[in-house]
Design a protein around this ligand. Structure first.
Ligand code: SF4
Length: 221
């Protein structure tokens, strides 16, 4: 896909969903520590599920220092409903310890430091940088962004880091912060995983999947 078509996709998605006035997360957070923890927890589960345990979690462990000292089985009980709770509890405690030991108890504001934390990859780091600090270092590629980027023809890659490389090449940096939000909105409301609702989609003329599915049908008919 060329840059002009990518820009058209963005324009149509902004018309459809609008843009939040400030970087907007689907996770409910109040500070960088909370968005870091909630994003680690959000792997393989829904934001709604993660939001549902946030009050319990942060009333018990309001700071990295408290989370660093957490009893692992107590923490597992609180986060159990988010799935993969053994691994997630381990990552959370180890990351909190790293924040205390290496970053004076603060969430770092750069990609290299963030991805050095246990359980933190580029997706989580991009979300923290964008939502907590307003820094556009890259584009967070979650399950919606991955699926839509492939369907639309913005990438042929499967690996999230490679998809991100394709996206940052085709969209100007000033738009990076919007991509994740807009593709998630579209992935939730129209281009859903099981059955994309192409007939009501504003991107049909720009979408590879649509071309391949429906124009092939037309040709065969
Ligand atoms: S045309 Fe269909 S596959 Fe393409 S973005 Fe729209 S809903 Fe998704």
């Amino acid at each position: 896909m060329n840059e002009a078509d990518a820009a058209r996709i963005l324009e149509r998605l902004i018309l459809e969903y609008g843009l939040p006035s400030s970087p907007r997360s689907f996770l409910q957070f109040e500070n960088p520590f909370q968005i870091l923890v909630l994003t680690i927890l959000s792997a393989q589960t829904t934001d709604k599920q993660v939001n549902s345990i946030r009050d319990d979690l942060f009333s018990r462990y309001p700071t990295p220092a408290e989370l660093a000292r957490a009893d692992k089985s107590d923490l597992e009980e609180i986060i159990r409903s988010c799935g993969y709770f053994h691994a997630k509890a381990k990552y959370l405690i180890e990351s909190a310890r790293a924040l205390v030991e290496r970053f004076e108890g603060r969430v770092p504001r750069d990609m290299g430091s963030l991805v050095s934390l246990p359980g933190v990859g580029r997706k989580t780091a991009n979300i923290v940088l964008n939502h907590a600090f307003g820094i556009d270092e890259g584009i967070a590629v979650d399950t919606h962004v991955r699926r839509l980027a492939r369907r639309l023809g913005l990438t042929d890659e499967s690996d999230p880091d490679r998809i991100e490389q394709d996206l940052v090449r085709i969209f100007p940096r000033s738009d990076w912060g919007k991509i994740n939000y807009l593709l998630i909105m579209h992935g939730r409301q129209t281009c859903t995983a099981k059955k994309p609702m192409c007939r009501s989609c504003p991107l049909t003329g720009l979408c590879r999947y649509y071309r391949e599915e429906f124009e092939l049908d037309k040709g065969e008919g």
